[in-house]
Design a protein around this ligand. Structure first.
Ligand code: SF4
Length: 244
């Protein structure tokens, strides 16, 4: 798996005009973006997972990332739901500059806010934030009130209206509950990258530990910044963008 991460790191750094050697801490020290957490080890706040998406290099506007998420989690084609009732964990959004007419498209999913409005309004604690920054829904105690859907400024949550078929075993869903991007927590805990990151065009997206100053994502954000959608809300999102 480390070869994969190295490959992504090279691709991404190449796009930044940097080289893999530029992120070497010292001879013999290997940077690892994601490391599998042993099952008996608790999630800690030593790491904060995040992703950085370069819209300038997103040649398909995010279509591939959306498709990968659908396939990984099995949403969007629920046979018992009407078109309006289909879940949408990540969607492609297009902005148009009124002056230049320039259009920018980007994928918008749960932004994994440090101060998450969905968590604040949830009456049962079903919406919660893991110590490592991943915002999730505990489907066992979600009562389907949908307060969190109203509170989310990114419209990133969906409600499951109908019975589901052919679910992905690693991503259980349930009628009457709310769902959203899990940051592919099932993959992260295995030391893998989110499905959408793997599907992004070369050099367009990177995933890693925002708390680690030596991670590729932290170095890239330190050098070039990382814009937040609706930064004015002060939510300190874990998902960041370039080119918006
Ligand atoms: S991180 Fe996983 S769940 Fe979130 S948008 Fe990407 S593929 Fe979907």
């Amino acid at each position: 798996m480390s070869n994969l991460f190295d490959s992504y790191r090279r691709q991404f750094l190449g796009g930044l005009g940097m080289t893999a050697a530029a992120v070497t801490l010292a001879p013999g020290v290997i940077l690892r973006e994601v490391q599998a957490k042993p099952d008996d080890e608790a999630v800690t706040n030593k790491v904060r997972w995040g992703m950085l998406i370069d819209t300038n290099k997103l040649t398909d506007g995010g279509d591939g990332m959306v498709a990968a998420c659908k396939k990984e989690h099995g949403w969007g084609n629920d046979p018992n739901a009407s078109p309006a009732q289909q879940s949408q964990w990540v969607r492609k959004v297009t902005f148009k500059d009124k002056l230049t007419k320039h259009e920018t498209s980007l994928p918008v999913m749960c932004q994994h806010c440090e101060t998450a409005p969905c968590v604040d309004v949830c009456p049962t604690g079903a919406s919660f934030k893991r110590a490592d920054g991943i915002v999730l829904v505990d489907k066992h105690i979600c009562i389907g009130c949908r307060y969190c859907m109203m509170a989310c400024p990114y419209k990133a949550r969906s409600f499951v209206h109908e019975h589901l078929e052919n679910q992905q075993p690693h991503s259980p869903r349930g009628i009457g509950t709310v769902e959203s991007c899990t940051l592919c927590v099932h993959r992260i805990d295995m030391g893998e990258q989110p499905a959408c990151i793997e599907a992004a065009p070369p050099k367009a997206a990177v995933f890693g530990d925002l708390n680690d100053p030596d991670s590729t994502i932290s170095k890239a954000m330190k050098k070039y910044g990382g814009q937040q959608i609706r930064a004015d809300l002060g939510l300190n999102t874990g998902v960041r963008y370039w080119g918006i």
